[in-house]
Design a protein around this ligand. Structure first.
Ligand code: SF4
Ligand code: MG
Length: 318
């Protein structure tokens, strides 16, 4: 399967006051295959949202390369740039903040059509908006209403319809269900799955909850303090996590089978995540790692392929 996206040594650093530098994203390497769901997980502040925003160019990368459909997106100009703007879309975490409260739902969904000159003319526009509302489980009459008239789950459906309007190939979904009631989360996840099938979409699905992401992702990348610590297929990551951080995240997920649950030891990770402004020397996880060795303070472990398609950054696998 061909890679639709390749991220090479991607960095996004923010310069703060007093000469401090926040290395929010610090050297990511991963690829996403066409048609798959790639889950990007990690605790809040690990840089996963910043990574998503940098890939879609809401932020300019500090370093590295973003290759989309074989082209370096940082070098696109004119027509190619506008094609990229169409092909990659984002669904945001907060369905309350991400929809303009003064615009009708029809306007919100149709905005991208205007920008890209698609489905022009009142009649065609109306038909396209109705089609999109239907695709996300809403209906035509909703087009004349305003965002505040809808529930959180419905607003996220509107956000999805907006992303879908201009027929993207790739959607970055940044914690699209974490602001929603638990009762509607599964419905929105199912909507993402249905749309992926119908439109051949590729997803970069960002989440803080590994339990959720492991069910919907084909492959998963685990982030810690601005870096990827492990990338593998969802099955492999679940069955045989290599990195101690991934192991601790997995051990925190309850297993319905009590026998299996007994056999899986809960790995408790000590302490808080260090400040990304002042990361530990060597391995960024060493201050919380139950397996830390003296060498972990000396050198940053290399992110490498330990088994085919299974990457990790840990001195245990050298
Ligand atoms: Fe733990 Fe060392 Fe591996 Fe880091 S490199 S995860 S500290 S064992
Ligand atoms: Mg975030």
């Amino acid at each position: 399967q061909e890679n639709i996206l390749e991220v090479r040594n991607l960095k996004k650093h923010f310069n703060l006051s007093g000469g401090r530098v926040l290395k929010a994203v610090d050297g990511l390497n991963f690829a996403v295959k066409r048609g798959e769901t790639f889950g990007l997980v990690g605790e809040s502040g690990c840089g996963k949202s910043t990574a998503g925003r940098t890939i879609i160019r809401l932020y300019e990368a500090t370093g590295g390369e973003i290759i989309f459909n074989g082209k370096n997106v940082q070098k696109l100009t004119g027509k190619e740039q506008s094609k990229f703007n169409r092909e990659m879309q984002m669904v945001f975490q907060d369905p309350y903040a991400s929809l303009n409260p003064r615009m009708t739902v029809g306007k919100i969904i149709g905005e991208g059509l205007d920008i890209h000159g698609l489905h022009t003319g009142t009649k065609r526009r109306k038909a396209r908006v109705a089609e999109l509302l239907d695709a996300v489980g809403l209906n035509e009459e909703h087009a004349n209403r305003f965002p505040h008239e809808f529930s959180g789950g419905q607003r996220q459906r509107i956000g999805i319809a907006r992303a879908l309007a201009i027929e993207p190939q790739f959607i970055i979904a940044d914690e699209p269900i974490s602001a929603l009631d638990v009762s509607v989360q599964a419905q929105v996840v199912n909507l993402f799955k249905k749309l992926q099938k119908e439109h051949g979409l590729t997803y970069l699905f960002i989440a803080h909850d590994l339990a959720m992401v492991k069910h919907i992702s084909d492959r998963i990348g685990v982030m810690y303090l601005g870096k990827l610590v492990e990338v593998a297929t969802s099955e492999k990551l679940n069955a045989k996590p290599l990195h101690p951080y991934t192991q601790s995240l997995l051990s925190a997920i309850p297993i319905p089978d009590p026998e299996l649950q007994k056999s899986r030891e809960r790995i408790i990770v000590q302490g808080e995540i260090p400040s990304p402004l002042n990361p530990p020397s060597g391995c960024p996880f060493r201050t919380r790692c139950p397996a830390a060795m003296p060498q972990c303070a000396e050198a940053m472990p290399e992110f490498k392929e330990v088994e085919p398609g299974h990457f990790t950054a840990c001195h245990l696998y050298n």
